[in-house]
Ligand binder design. Structure first.
Ligand SMILES: Nc1ncnc2c1ncn2[C@@H]1O[C@H](COP(=O)(O)OP(=O)(O)OP(=O)(O)O)[C@@H](O)[C@H]1O
Ligand SMILES: [Mg+2]
Length: 213
């Protein structure tokens, strides 16, 4: 398990790794921004695919769970390209899609990945209708139910990109804050501008520069 995490750049649980501090700083900034307004739910998105949303969401979740006073739930809400379970080296039996289709309960889907104070609600399979599922009433019901069931937990949603999945923006009003991941050398300036424009009315609390040299 530690080897898989290291290979996948999941470093936030290591004390010695040079990047651990980067994610701790991100944790501090995020928690401060959320705490200030009494918020507990945050979505991680980006302009386009492959810019580091999942890696950021997983490391932020672990960095937060390292704080003994915090508990965290990480939800893989990217049914277009689920990545959280793989990133953590987990093979889930049930996933978000099973809950949304009514074949599993929330409790059936939750996993403890072996890190204290961290729970995962994974997704298993790529869904062709991922955009519709994200904006479905079942999904909105889930967000509400998780927030009320775990009022003191930080709930992090790993989301699809905003420019290529139409319903990402439709989903954002359901959560309280958004982080935009920008990949150094990959995200085009014009795409960043479009993404920022789309996110302008959706509680964007900041951007994360991923893979900076
Ligand atoms: N800072 C980084 N340094 C090196 N590799 C990285 C970095 N960030 C992400 N990657 C790698 O790039 C790939 C995409 O990262 P990740 O899965 O986090 O992006 P994503 O935005 O969630 O992608 P998708 O749109 O497919 O969901 C992965 O193989 C990941 O390990
Ligand atoms: Mg991803």
């Amino acid at each position: 398990m530690p080897e898989i995490l290291e290979r996948n750049r999941v470093v936030a649980a290591q004390f010695q790794h040079p990047l651990t501090d980067v994610y701790r700083t991100l944790r501090a900034q995020v928690l401060q921004a959320l705490h200030h307004e009494g918020k507990t739910t945050i979505g991680i998105t980006s302009a386009n695919p492959d810019e580091g949303k999942t890696l950021t969401a997983v490391n932020l979740a672990i960095a937060t769970a390292m704080d003994e006073n915090k508990t965290v739930l990480l939800v893989d809400a990217d049914l277009r390209e689920p990545g959280v379970a793989e990133c953590l080296g987990i093979e889930p039996t049930n996933g978000l899609e099973d809950y949304l289709m009514g074949t599993a309960t929330i409790t059936d889907c939750l996993i403890n990945p072996g890190i204290e104070r961290l729970s995962i609600l994974p997704a298993k399979t790529r869904m062709g209708n991922s955009a519709e599922l994200l904006a479905s009433s079942n999904m909105l019901q889930l967000v509400w139910e998780l927030k009320t069931r775990y009022p003191n937990r930080l709930i992090i949603y790993d989301l699809p990109p905003v420019l290529t999945v139409s319903d990402t923006i439709s989903f954002l009003p359901a959560i309280e804050a958004t982080l935009l991941v920008v990949r150094d050398g990959a995200t085009r300036t014009s795409d960043l501008s479009r993404a920022l424009h789309l996110l302008a009315n959706h509680s964007l609390i900041g951007t994360v520069l991923n893979a900076a040299q």
